[in-house]
Design a binder for this molecule. Structure first.
Ligand code: FNR
Length: 190
């Protein structure tokens, strides 16, 4: 079965290593996954003052999540948590109350850092947020990618064979996980 995966890259940096990781994951993913990026860079800072009149950019953002079968988060770690822009985006998607776009939406979390723990603390933080948002998360495999110079080329070629196989397996597991979740939970109307 084919599933539509919307992916969010936590970094807005032009040279983002997490964007390189996302490109690699797309290249290594099984046939049954198709991808579209869900950008959050144009969202204003959320306030509940917007709840009575959600701006079109936020409606489109929520619509892109709703239209996805699953969400993949590829994020750096900033100060031992997720970047503020990503948290802001999740807050937008979760509101107005009762219209949380993440509820029952399968997700997975991955990230890379030059630091040796490879975004582990940010991922724990993100997992708490997604739990509250009622997103069923892939628990295993976990993936904490320690980025070293040249590990992934700009166009997403992984240069270390063992890492390449690890990431290929991660995406195969994600495909299987989405299938399991959609078997027990009805697909959400777009
Ligand atoms: C970082 N970086 C970082 N790395 C890490 O492993 N743990 C951390 O807590 C932080 N904190 C942090 C805060 C801020 C504000 C910045 C800008 C950076 C380093 C970070 O991993 C590195 O800049 C990566 O290149 C970020 O990923 P992208 O943006 O290149 O995808």
């Amino acid at each position: 079965t084919r599933y539509k995966v919307g992916y969010l890259i936590g970094s807005l940096a032009a040279g983002s290593i997490n964007r390189k990781l996302a490109r690699a994951l797309i290249r290594l993913a099984p046939e049954g996954l198709e991808f579209h990026e869900i950008s959050f860079k144009d969202l204003p800072l959320y306030s509940y003052d917007y709840d009575s009149n959600y701006p079109p950019v936020a409606q489109a953002f929520k619509g892109a999540i709703a239209a996805s079968d699953a969400i993949l988060f590829v994020t750096p770690e900033y100060n031992r948590s997720i970047p503020g822009g990503l948290k802001n985006a999740i807050d937008w998607a979760s509101r107005p109350y009762g219209t949380n776009a993440f509820t029952r939406k399968p997700s997975a979390v991955i990230g890379t850092s030059p630091g040796s723990i490879g975004t582990a603390v940010a991922q724990q933080s993100l997992r708490s947020v997604l739990s509250f948002c009622n997103s069923p998360q892939m628990n295993a495999p976990e993936a904490y990618i320690h980025f070293t110079p040249g590990l992934i080329t700009d166009d997403g070629e992984v240069t270390v064979a063992s890492t390449k196989e690890f990431l290929r397996n991660y995406m195969a597991e994600f495909h299987a996980f989405i299938g399991r979740v959609l078997t027990v939970l009805p697909r959400q109307a777009g």
